[in-house]
Design a protein around this ligand. Sequence first.
Ligand code: FE2
Length: 203
Amino acid sequence: MADGQGCLRRFLCELTRLCDAGTGEADIREHGGAALSRLVATDEWLPPEFAQPHPAHYRQYLLYCDPLERFSVVSFVWGPGQRTPVHDHTVWGLIGMLRGAEVSRNYSIDPGGRLSCAGEERLLPGAVTAVSPQIGDIHQVENCLVDRPSISIHAYGANIGAVARHIFVLESGSMKPFVSGYANTMLPNLWDRSAEVRARLGI
Ligand code: FE2
């Protein structure tokens, strides 16, 4: 595999070091967000298999999960006009826009469980935003483009596909349990660095 994967490996190393440092979520959001900015500043590294939309619904591909499940990294791929339900995460999340355009509609929840719209953010390539129970955890994300896919790269403070979380039905005010899972059963091989070693050896 061509070493477009180097920037993703660097990002994974940075997140691993941040988790190892144990300096807390705010530090991870700040420095992990800066690292994610660097990752989505270029768009040639995501393998095409993890950038394929589905005709009927959005897809979340797992790119990597920390062995201790302290964080995971996914590519989120929306077909034209597709959107998520209103949902929460229950852990910190970083969202970096890679391709296309998305809108994140953010919601706050009052002690009675009522949701109200707290504004929206339009994300263009290179933009990074965050979610978390500490700063606002409920949103709905939609592909702004009606004629082509959009892709963002997300990092979360857990193995996000296996986290018990919630979706919210605005009309009824009800909340349902939600476990997202992943669209893929195989992970990208980020670790074949043989070409660079052969080049160094001149073989
Ligand atoms: Fe989300």
